[in-house]
Design a protein around this ligand. Structure first.
Ligand code: HEM
Length: 486
């Protein structure tokens, strides 16, 4: 039977619409990347790439001149925008110098503790939240949402050395969710939500209820509140919740691995291998950038002038140097040492690594054991590094297993919902991402700050003229890196 042109067009449109979950999200993500590049101007130098391949990645990252953190990169404006309020006192964004040193020392002191105490505190917080959130025999929920209150309580206890009251937990979770959702472009940022936490922290400081010595270099209560907020109630809570969402989702999708971890809860080595493999495939950082403070000469004609924006691409680096890097295989770590492999989930030791390098794996182990002691995990959603769906998962109480047919049906429904949600969400991310990138470009928070302050946070008009930076010196270099989010 002949098909009319209208009929053919209709069939093509219907096929396109029905198959859209398989191609549209990817197309929209590529388009979002292009929009961001267009708005932000030309790219910096992405490594590994060009003359610096994976074998010289770590050497360049560790170079003493790869030490500029915020000043001079277009990308800094974006991160300052998303990590507001107080990005100028966030450890991640501080330029090297006495202020950075003092802040880094304080963070290390707050995070310090006996391993047994830290693990016990994490397990206690997890137990409380699990008892509260999963009351029946089974629950369908999003792992990131489940983990946020756990880490809100845990970091509250570390900072204030006391139990976290419910209203404080709600403020911390609202703040952390707002930061991570806006970073992932799934929601516009809501500064009021974040400022409510700032007000709470100012109250704690005024009441003398912060038992740690805070850096004298942060002179005002507001700077101190912003430091606590940015480091412990934003970065710490967000990163730990995302890392746990990745780890539990990986376990939910690899039942053999999950069974092995659950059967041998004291096998630190195997769980360590699973965490290494999870953070290899799903590093929390897409890109970390540095601005070179002096010319870099790596020899063999490879070099970068001062002011270059270097963009260290974690997923690209983690995908090199392994057999079948696309396969989730914890056993590969039986023969590999994380030290010798292309594996930097917590950054590079010589250049501002994560201060929670020791703490994070320790407390993640404790929380994972608490979850697996109670539940089996099942999920059929996609698993990508940005994890914008917050990791939907079925938790089933170990003492009340579901009939197999029921689990299969739930997983089939979950897969279909995930594909269609992906379509709507990627459209939303394109729109919200563009709005926020344009807003950040208009506000230019980092550039505005450095137009009025030196790298140690001193107002320029308070400095003697000879101490002010040379206006012809290192100014904002054009461009940043391709945005890869967290
Ligand atoms: C599994 C969880 C975590 C992972 C995978 C992670 C990963 C990283 C990475 C890769 C960097 C270095 C980025 C760069 O070179 O610019 C970093 C820096 C940082 N992280 Fe973490 N992080 C985690 C948890 C935490 C926690 C719990 C805190 C709590 C305070 C934290 C605070 C910071 C800070 C303040 C920096 C900046 C360090 C500096 O510039 O001196 N992170 N993190």
């Amino acid at each position: 039977m002949p098909v009319s042109p209208r009929g053919l067009a209709g069939a093509v449109a219907a096929a396109g619409a029905l198959s859209s979950p398989y191609w549209l999200p990817k197309a929209l993500i590529t388009l979002r990347g292009k929009v961001f590049e267009k708005v932000n101007g030309p790219e910096g130098v992405t490594v590994p790439g060009g003359p610096v391949g994976p074998e010289r990645f770590a050497e360049l990252y560790a170079h003493p001149a790869a030490d500029g953190r915020s000043k001079g990169a277009g990308l800094s404006d974006l991160f300052w925008y998303w990590l507001s309020p107080g990005p100028e006192v966030h450890q991640e964004h501080l330029e090297p110098g006495p202020r950075y040193e003092a802040v880094a020392r304080t963070t290390a002191a707050v995070l310090a503790g006996r391993s047994a105490d830290l693990s016990a505190a994490a397990a206690r917080c997890a137990a409380r939240v699990l008892d509260e959130r999963v009351t029946g025999g089974a629950a369908l929920l999003r792992l990131r949402d489940l983990m946020m209150p756990v880490w809100a309580e845990f970091f509250y206890e570390l900072v204030f050395r006391g139990p976290c009251p419910p209203h404080a937990r709600a403020l911390i979770v609202a703040n952390a969710e707002d930061v991570v959702d806006s970073l992932k472009n799934t929601r516009l940022r809501h500064m009021r939500r974040r400022e409510r936490l700032t007000a709470f922290l100012l109250g704690k400081l005024a009441a003398g209820e912060v038992p740690h010595a805070l850096p004298a270099e942060l002179a005002t209560p507001l700077e101190r509140a912003h430091y606590l907020q940015g480091t412990f109630f934003n970065t710490a809570v967000v990163q730990m919740s995302e890392a746990m969402a990745h780890l539990l989702l990986a376990l939910a999708q690899h039942q053999d691995v999950q069974r092995r971890v659950a059967a041998r809860p004291d096998d630190d080595r195997y769980l360590g291998n699973v965490m290494n493999e999870t953070l290899r495939m799903y590093p929390l950082f897409g890109i970390a950038h540095r601005i070179t403070s002096a010319d870099i000469d790596l020899g063999d004609g490879v070099g970068y002038p001062a002011g270059t924006v270097l963009c260290f691409d974690y997923p690209a680096y983690h995908a090199t140097g392994y057999d079948h890097p696309e396969v989730f295989d914890p056993d590969r770590w039986e023969l590999l040492s994380a030290k010798d492999a292309h594996h930097i989930p917590f950054g590079v030791a010589a250049n501002r690594p994560c201060p929670a390098w020791r703490l994070a794996p320790l407390v993640m182990r404790a929380v994972t054991r608490e979850v697996l002691r109670r539940f089996t995990l099942h999920s059929s959603v996609s698993h990508t590094r940005p994890i914008p769906h917050r990791a939907p998962c079925l938790l089933v109480a170990r003492d009340r297993p579901l009939p197999r047919r029921r689990t299969t049906a739930v997983l089939a429904g979950m897969r279909i919902r995930d594909r269609w949600e992906d379509v709507g969400r990627s459209l939303l991310q394109l729109v919200l991402g563009t709005v926020m990138v344009l807003h950040a470009r208009r506000l230019r928070p980092a550039r505005t700050w450095f137009a009025a302050h030196d790298t140690q946070g001193r107002p320029l008009d308070a400095l003697a003229p000879e101490a002010r930076p040379d206006p012809r010196g290192r100014g904002p270099a054009p461009g940043g890196c391709p945005y890869r989010g967290r």
